[in-house]
Design a binder for this molecule. Structure first.
Ligand code: C5P
Length: 255
């Protein structure tokens, strides 16, 4: 599916075509939609379709493989390569990676429907131009003031009376909020995923595993608008932004 509008100029360093893995196998418990988050309706389509469209429009992307909850393989219809995901997100990514044979692979959360083709192409171009790096991640500068508490964060809804105590205010100077897409050399990502189950379970993104395996990971600044849908509030904000974007007079924010 390519845009009918004029072809976009690719960033200069773009060379090899990458594949994409979309992680869409989460249960979506925190959203409380009563089913997998990837299939929750957002601005008239299932959440995962927004990411699929962005990847279809990205010039740097060839094959796309989606990891979905086991039993939901038929939900996306024909024309999309689908695998059954695993218990942890990195296991879902590993399952999809088995279907990939390009040198570069872009990993993306279905939960980030505001991703743009421009952002995807920029990330692929950046990694293609940096042979010293194993990966490049989209990330937004942190805007909140960050506090480290004396106590570990309690599970949601179980904050003890009085709450945690601040131990320290952490400087934001070096802090980024990691997002997806995250583009990797597929060989480095495979090596990083070949690790013990505890490390896989603790990984909140694939870059974390690549870093632990010794790979250099670059940061590509990306707007906070490339938000992750976790709660009902996120869903409402994403709906608003997508509706604004798809209106004829709507702004197309450059990521
Ligand atoms: O649960 P969370 O929002 O952190 O999930 C991030 C992304 O990883 C979502 O797009 C979700 O569908 C995906 N995921 C997955 N397989 C899992 C768990 C999460 O593909 N086992």
């Amino acid at each position: 599916m390519r845009s009918a509008s004029a072809p976009r100029r690719l960033p200069e360093a773009l060379s090899p075509t990458a594949s994409a893995v979309i992680a869409a196998a989460g249960s979506g418990e925190r959203l409380g939609a009563g089913g997998p988050k990837a299939f929750v309706e957002l601005a008239g389509r299932p959440l995962v379709q927004w990411s699929l469209e962005a990847f279809a429009l990205a010039e740097s992307i060839g094959p796309v493989v989606v990891a979905v909850p086991p039993g939901s393989e038929r939900e996306l219809g024909v024309g999309v390569a689908v695998v059954a995901g695993g218990e942890q997100r990195s296991q879902s990514v590993a399952a999809a990676l088995e279907e990939i044979d390009t040198e570069l692979v872009a990993v993306h959360d279905a939960a980030r429907p505001l991703v743009t083709p421009e952002l995807i192409d920029e990330l692929v171009a950046k990694l293609a131009s940096r042979p010293d790096a194993a990966g490049v991640i989209a990330a937004a500068p942190l805007t909140d003031t960050v506090k480290r508490a004396r106590e570990p964060r309690p599970p949601k809804g179980e904050i003890a009376r009085g709450g945690p105590t601040v131990a320290q205010t952490v400087s934001r100077d070096h802090l980024w909020s990691a997002q997806t897409p995250q583009v990797f050399r597929a060989a480095d990502l495979r090596k990083a995923l070949d690790t013990d189950p505890q490390r896989i379970a603790a990984a909140t993104d694939e870059a974390m595993l690549v870093e632990k395996a010794g790979g250099k990971v670059l940061i590509h600044p990306s707007p906070a608008e490339n938000l992750k849908v976790t709660t009902e509030l996120d869903l409402r904000v994403a709906e608003l932004l997508l509706t604004q974007r798809t209106r004829p007079e709507g702004r197309r924010p450059g990521c």
